[in-house]
Design a protein around this ligand. Structure first.
Ligand SMILES: *[C@@H]1O[C@H](CO)[C@@H](O)[C@H](O)[C@H]1NC(C)=O
Ligand SMILES: *[C@@H]1O[C@H](CO)[C@@H](O)[C@H](O)[C@H]1NC(C)=O
Length: 339
């Protein structure tokens, strides 16, 4: 196998040809054509739509760098990782597939690649970019010009959250009223149903909530209810969550919203202290939060904080569930094993 080299000059007609094809494609998209920068811009578009990728885009980048490189491309040449595929239009020729190249594309010399085979007649070169990075002017790590994984998703998530927030704040097509003792709130059956099986069955079945499109929530303040809605609509603020987490825990339990319940439990674990440990233990018991319960028992017995709450413990025992007391006793036995 001979090694043949396609130099910039030899390939010029080839790139010209592909470049024209690419120009056709991109003029449809309204993209400017002919500079590395636009090539890069289009390339990033190609990656968002993988089915359009690369084959036609690559020559644009090259045409730009090969031709009259814009200042941007000269000062910030792309660092490319790519594979070449050369195939002959003649029958029976196996295509040549190059190893993965990685190089800075600065001048036309950088577009000279040795190919480990000879080709005669017409042939097609596909260049598939695996990655295309731009080195910052002042040195430092090259960063990909293509959207990072998940970037599109994050853009779309943000936009969805803004929509949901508007739906809640402006009551866009709201179709259910939440009636608390302190006032009413408007919401959407679809959102409530999608986040809570309890709400879902309320609206699915012939309950009075379906008839009247009103949900009565008597045991939550208007503010806590608002916090619940902002959680369900994805717009809750940390401080509001923190402030209303006990009410939210109750609601998560009643309306069967598992992730909210977990979030509340985790949050209640974070600031156990001797003022609140007995109340926390009671809540953990009430809502069957095992991690929180373990946390409280450890706090009380493993860390010996039971002595700090001696006075409150008497009262606690008077009202505590029998099974809970059994568990506390078990914990004592485990921790205070004789050596
Ligand atoms: C909310 O409930 C109260 C009774 O608790 C009732 O008087 C009031 O009319 C209700 N409001 C709406 C909008 O349903
Ligand atoms: C215990 O935590 C609560 C918050 O749950 C806080 O309000 C209280 O001040 C804390 N008490 C002590 C003694 O740190």
């Amino acid at each position: 196998m001979a090694s043949s080299t396609f130099s910039g000059d030899e390939t010029a007609p080839f790139f010209g040809f592909l470049g024209a094809a690419a120009a056709l494609v991109f003029s449809c998209m309204g993209a400017a054509y002919g500079t590395a920068k636009s090539g890069v811009g289009v390339a990033s578009m190609g990656v968002m739509r993988p089915e359009l990728v690369m084959k036609s885009i690559v020559p644009v980048v090259m045409a730009g760098v090969l031709g009259e490189p814009s200042r941007v491309s000269k000062e910030q040449p792309p660092l490319a990782r790519f594979v070449l595929r050369v195939s002959s239009s003649g029958p029976g020729r196996r295509p040549y597939i190059s190893p993965v190249h990685e190089r800075l594309l600065r001048t036309s010399d950088d577009f000279v690649w040795p190919v480990d085979s000879t080709f005669l007649g017409r042939f097609i070169i596909d260049v598939e970019f695996l990655d295309l990075k731009i080195c910052p002017l002042n040195g430092g790590e090259a960063s990909p010009v293509w959207p990072a994984d998940g970037l599109m998703q994050s853009v779309s998530t943000q936009s969805t959250l803004r929509c949901l927030s508007r739906m809640l704040d402006e009551g866009i097509h709201a179709d259910v009223t939440i009636n608390t003792t302190e006032g009413t709130l408007r919401a959407h059956k679809a959102v409530l149903s999608a986040t809570s099986p309890v709400f879902q069955s309320m609206f699915n079945h012939d309950l009075k909530e379906k008839e009247s499109s009103t949900i009565h929530i008597k045991d939550m303040s208007l503010e806590s209810c608002m916090a619940l809605l902002s959680y369900l609509y994805g717009t809750i603020k940390q401080e509001n969550f923190w402030k209303h987490r006990l009410a939210l825990l109750g609601a998560a339990n009643r309306y069967d919203i598992a992730d909210l319940k977990d979030a509340c439990e985790e949050s209640l674990l974070e600031d156990i202290n001797s003022t609140n440990v007995l109340a926390r233990l009671q809540e953990a018991w009430l809502y069957q939060l095992n991690t929180l319960k373990k946390g409280c028992l450890m706090y009380l017995f493993d860390f010996g904080k039971i002595y700090d709450v001696r006075d409150e413990v008497n009262d606690f025992f008077r009202h505590a569930d029998r099974d809970l007391m059994m568990e506390m006793f078990q914990e004592v036995l485990t921790v205070w094993k004789p050596l």
